[in-house]
Design a protein. Structure first.
Length: 190
């Protein structure tokens, strides 16, 4: 009896002390993707994003806010290396005309991964099917709730389990009203 108690206490102390890493539930993002001890795991690792994004890949989004004209956003990925990729972003009108010069930045794969790193205390992760213009996808829905100046902001990020990279949909509500929406409408990586 004493041996069982001692082993139980040892196991509990190892878990509390962090000597045994927790395992993600089957079908959920790996705890290996956690970028900060107090953050939820990101949906994908930097390596998974890199492997899913060959040179010349394009992702198109429809972005906007209620009461404003929706705009298109095209992200083009070029010159990938083991550590970085060039990301070109172009904003388009709803009739397909470019709205200014595209911007280009060299980004690390790790910085792209970090865009989906949220404090665990604010974040709920669920695995659900979700319908978008791309069809029905098995997704991880990251719901991130924050409160600033007594105003509650909820951001819902839908990450396609089979499509490492940006979310296929993002909706932000503030004070119960939708203030921003982004939906992926084309992905040349698939």
């Amino acid at each position: 009896m004493r041996l069982k108690l001692a082993l139980s206490l040892l196991l509990i102390s190892l878990l509390i002390g962090g000597c045994i890493a927790p395992k993600a539930a089957p079908g959920f993002p790996s705890f290996d993707n956690r970028l900060h001890a107090d953050h939820a795991p990101t949906p994908y690792s930097a390596d998974q994003i890199r492997e899913a994004t060959p040179t010349g890949s394009q992702v198109r989004f429809l972005v906007g806010a209620p009461g404003a004209q929706a705009l298109g956003q095209i992200m083009t990925f070029t010159q990938p290396t083991a550590e970085t990729v060039d990301v070109r972003v172009e904003i388009m009108s709803d009739d397909g005309k470019s709205l200014g010069e595209p911007s280009s930045n060299t980004m690390t794969w790790a910085s792209l991964q970090s865009h989906a790193s949220f404090p665990e205390v604010d974040t709920t992760v669920e695995r659900l099917e979700h319908e978008t213009k791309l069809g029905t996808s098995e997704c991880w829905r990251y719901t991130v709730v924050t409160v600033a100046k007594k105003v509650r902001t909820t951001s819902e990020y839908w990450f396609d389990v089979q499509r490492p990279g940006p979310p296929i949909e993002l909706t932000q509500t503030r004070g119960g009203e939708i203030v921003f929406r982004m939906e992926m409408i084309e992905d040349t990586r698939r």
